[in-house]
Ligand binder design. Structure first.
Ligand SMILES: NC(=O)c1ccc[n+]([C@@H]2O[C@H](COP(=O)([O-])OP(=O)(O)OC[C@H]3O[C@@H](n4cnc5c(N)ncnc54)[C@H](OP(=O)(O)O)[C@@H]3O)[C@@H](O)[C@H]2O)c1
Length: 303
């Protein structure tokens, strides 16, 4: 198994600090080959969602890995926008069936926009899954401060995790939600951490990351250190749980090797923050409500 550290959540569960996701490049596509490679490489934290339409393919890789691996895995899925008449419980049980498992390690509300006007009742239902042992940990994703304030008014269980798009080009705008999460004991999980490389190359973060990569190469003597690893070290320095993905064996190794590199200095972390703060770029436009001011029960912004 790879040497991935864990973080302890507010419910006592231990979550592997680096996870592999079947969203992003795998969204809407079968992800079993990629997920099987990730499990083989040593990833145990596997992130999916009803909206990705590929929970069944992750289920295939989990089943193929064999029953003895299940206790070592941390499997997360997320509630999507449900069609009229379909209950949260029906959708959740369908997820378990597709994943070929009898509990998930974590279940998240994918977006507050998927539960507009129903947040209280949906969270109560999700709390009941936790009580029944069907979802060990429960949490949210793409929640702003206002969304969490609304949830916390009636929640019996404080969400353990808030999964958000976090990279140098969203870091400045995400600062209030990061602080709110921390204050309430909610762990922040990042997705899209490599956006400055993958979707916004040529921006002000690139030369700063390149300079830090050179410093790490001269400190360690390792010539193969990459910009992606520098960004993973920056996320690590922020004490975040990190989600990433790939379908390539070499890249899985690259991601895993980042944990054994020395940490960035406080000045290096600040230099990436400063460069990132010059641009605001949201990669996942479906979550653009994150850039809109919170208005209680406001309808989801049109795409
Ligand atoms: N809660 C939510 O709303 C939400 C939204 C989005 C994502 N997520 C979760 O987070 C996971 C990761 O998200 P993400 O894909 O945005 O993460 P990411 O870590 O920012 O991007 C991963 C992608 O980076 C590419 N990449 C890595 N190094 C590269 C390089 N040097 N040059 C070019 N491309 C490079 C990989 O491409 P290759 O495949 O070619 O290696 C891979 O597809 C998803 O799978 C999903 O589980 C959650």
């Amino acid at each position: 198994m790879a040497n991935i550290g864990t973080k302890t959540l507010n419910d006592g569960a231990k979550i592997p600090a680096l996870g592999f996701g079947t969203g992003g490049a795998h969204f809407g596509k079968s992800a079993d080959a990629a997920a099987s490679l990730a499990i083989k490489a040593g990833f145990t934290h596997l992130d999916t969602a009803q909206a990705y339409q590929n929970e069944d393919s992750l289920g295939i890789s989990i089943a193929e890995a064999g029953p003895s691996i299940r206790p070592k895995l941390f499997i997360c899925t997320k509630l999507t926008l449900l069609p009229p008449g379909k209950s949260v419980r029906e959708a959740f049980l369908e997820s378990l069936k597709k994943l070929q498992i009898d509990y998930v390690d974590m279940f998240l509300i994918h977006s507050p926009m998927f539960v507009v006007g129903r947040m209280k009742e949906v969270w109560e239902e999700i709390e009941s899954f936790q009580k029944e042992g069907l979802a060990k940990t429960i949490g949210v994703s793409n929640f702003r401060v206002g969304d969490l304030e609304e949830l916390l008014k009636t929640a019996k269980v404080i969400p353990a995790v808030n999964q958000i798009e976090y990279h140098p080009y969203t870091a400045k705008s995400a600062q209030p939600i990061l602080e709110f999460n921390k204050k309430h004991g909610i762990a922040t999980e990042s997705y899209g951490g490599l956006t400055s490389i993958v979707k916004q190359p040529g921006g002000p973060v690139d030369p700063v990351v390149a300079k830090i990569r050179q410093r790490l190469i001269s400190t360690t003597g390792k010539q193969d250190i990459t910009d992606a690893q520098v960004l993973l070290k920056w996320l690590e320095a922020k004490d975040l749980i990190i989600l990433t993905t790939t379908s390539k064996w070499e890249r899985l190794q690259e991601y895993l090797a980042a944990s054994s590199l020395p940490p960035l200095t406080a000045e290096e972390v600040q230099a990436i923050d400063d460069a990132g703060s010059q641009v605001h770029f949201r990669r996942y436009q479906i979550m653009k409500h994150m850039d809109a001011p919170y208005v209680a029960n406001a309808p989801a912004p049109k795409l």
